[in-house]
Write a protein that binds this ligand. Sequence first.
Ligand code: GDP
Ligand code: MN
Length: 399
Amino acid sequence: MDIHEYQAKEVLARFGVASPEGALAYSPEQAAYRARELGGEKWVVKAQIHAGGRGKAGGVKLCNSDREIEEACEKMFGRKLVTHQTGPEGKGVYRVYVETAVPIDREIYLGLVLDRTSQRVMIVASGEGGMEIEDISANEPGSIVRATVEPAVGLQEFQCRQIAFKLGIEAGLVQQFVRTLQGCYRAFTELDATMVEINPLVVTGDNRILALDAKMTFDDNAMFRHPAVAELRDKSQEDPRESRAADRGLNYVGLDGNIGCIVNGAGLAMATMDMIKLAGGEPANFLDIGGGATPERVAKAFRLVMSDKKVQAILVNIFAGINRCDWVAEGVVQALREVEVDVPVIVRLAGTNVEEGQKILARSGLPIIRATNLSEAAERAVKAWQSDVARGIKVRVAT
Ligand code: GDP
Ligand code: MN
């Protein structure tokens, strides 16, 4: 789960990470009012979306007056901001953050990520802040400093000082840097984050170290332990297909292809996507409907997959171990009678009571394309999608 910049700054502040003074606004007028409350003469107005790269896309504006703030906001509110991280559809701007502008001496990149290879929290830093980390590693790979944290003892002060020295941080500022880095690490581990990124972390003209930007991602599976963090979820920033799935307790990730997938088990769902690609198609989604594929769950899954207008064929791939193929087949037939599905449906069943399951599908009279193994299922799904004739098939129109 991602959160907004202003939320990440609030969270990190509780762990001793300083950032410029700022306030949130939901309208241009409120933004100007917030700036007056903050005082000063220069402010930065920042569109709050769950993506970086806002600076280059017009989502970060330096303003010198009320009028400029309102003008900057007019261009942001209600619009979709497209940055290199949002994809072409962009993300809607419904909140802006107004900050007191600060004079910048140096921009530093600081990131904490979960490194799966070393199975540790890894700190990544660079003296070339301001650029995205991908650009830093392409243009200035030598500037990148890395350190992993031994989980039994946590992040040590000497490690922080070492990083500070490698970044060339002035002796008088090292203590501030250590406090900032320790704060990020504590926030990361205590709140089950998977990423904390401060880009840029700046050294100001008056010798302060401030997080000018902040990004945090949390482990969805740990959110039950952190209700206060879970509350920060902003559905307006999520793929609507994914929020609907989460609300229904289904494990769904939207993709760009046109072959919808309904699968039980995450591993099988991944394998199904691979097989579709191998057969020359593109999956429209990852969907794991879980072990107990009841007719209700299967129907929910069909509704969800069909709500994606790009879907031109649906591949149902079920392996029944604890479950039974005949129950699943009943579920598929029932779902197809309830949900309007006007694209070809390919079903592959395997496991317990498979013959019974196949009979139920055959007897239903529905134009279900059956397959006996995964590669056949993937090939048939791709063929069905490619064929204009098949695309015209109406399986069932709900009444
Ligand atoms: P991002 O593009 O989405 O990562 O947004 P950032 O919050 O990182 O802002 C982009 C850039 O705007 C930063 O790298 C800074 O160079 C600049 N910026 C942001 N806030 C301030 C500020 O208070 N003062 C100055 N001078 N520049 C700022
Ligand atoms: Mn940034």
